[in-house]
Design a protein around this ligand. Structure first.
Ligand code: MN
Length: 259
């Protein structure tokens, strides 16, 4: 990537997050870096877009901005409001916490990359696969290597890549594996307790979930010490489901009513 290329960096942990700083340092020199990130932490905000209140942009320095909204808001405002031309690559992260399997649907980190891809830009989400305190060095190194290779890729269609990096020292990372999304196993997902006034309350996210250790999955790669990169698609259409419904021969009968 030459120096004229522009890389938009965003995240869902907020403008002050350690992982964002690590990503900015990692991509230094690969292109012109523009940072547009949420003012506040927006983890698990998914692909939310703010339509019911005004958004404010705060300029921290000429190439660093925070937005009073979600990761998706940041990408939209960056591309249509702040930048004068489309960036060449969107990189979202480095998230503090994994985004694998079904969790990509809750993730604000991945959603920012999804928005980039919708806007026709190659986009990558990068996550450090631990919630514990850990060094971002390995993930930063992975982000730099991947950003360089992916930015050099030719192809017309905007791509979306989801990257997860094991929380081990960079020198211990065994390599990069191209993977598919795995699947979580949830146990006791709801915690039910009584509040001080004797009323029930609920807390989502009980026992630590497990993973199905299927072959070539993101979970399998990360737990074996590899960087996982999963290409994602935005077309949710279930093509087998189309055939199944067509075979079902769905018929409309105006005489059947609900009462
Ligand atoms: Mn987050």
């Amino acid at each position: 990537m030459d120096a004229e290329k522009t890389i938009l960096i965003t995240n869902d942990d907020g403008i002050g997050a350690e992982g964002l700083g690590a990503l900015v340092r990692a991509l230094d020199g690969i292109g012109r870096i523009v940072i547009v990130a949420p003012e506040q932490e927006q983890s698990a905000s998914s692909h939310a877009i703010t339509l019911d209140k005004p958004l404010r942009i705060k300029e921290h320095s000429p190439l660093k901005f925070s937005v009073s909204g979600t990761p998706t808001d940041c990408v939209i405002l960056a591309v249509h409001g702040i930048l004068t031309h489309k960036p060449d690559l969107v990189v979202s992260g480095i998230n503090h916490g994994p985004n694998m399997g079904e969790d990509v649907t809750y993730s604000g980190t991945v959603a920012a990359a999804i928005e980039g891809c919708i806007l026709g830009i190659n986009s990558m989400a990068v996550s450090l696969a631990t919630w514990e305190g850990a060094s971002f060095d390995g993930a930063a190194s992975a982000a730099r290597q991947l950003a360089r290779s992916l930015a050099a890729m030719k192809g017309g269609k905007a791509r979306l890549w989801n990257v997860n990096v094991p929380a081990i020292p960079a020198s211990a990372i065994k390599g990069i594996k191209v993977t598919r999304l795995g699947s979580r196993i949830y146990n006791d997902i709801i915690v039910r307790k009584k509040d001080p006034r004797g009323k029930d309350y609920f807390w989502i996210g009980g026992a630590e979930p497990g993973w199905n250790t299927g072959e070539n999955t993101d979970f399998a790669a990360v737990s074996a010490g590899y960087v996982s990169i999963t290409p994602l698609r935005l077309d949710f259409t279930d093509h087998e489901g189309i055939v199944e419904l067509e075979e079902q021969g769905l018929a409309w009968n105006p005489e059947i009513t609900t009462r």
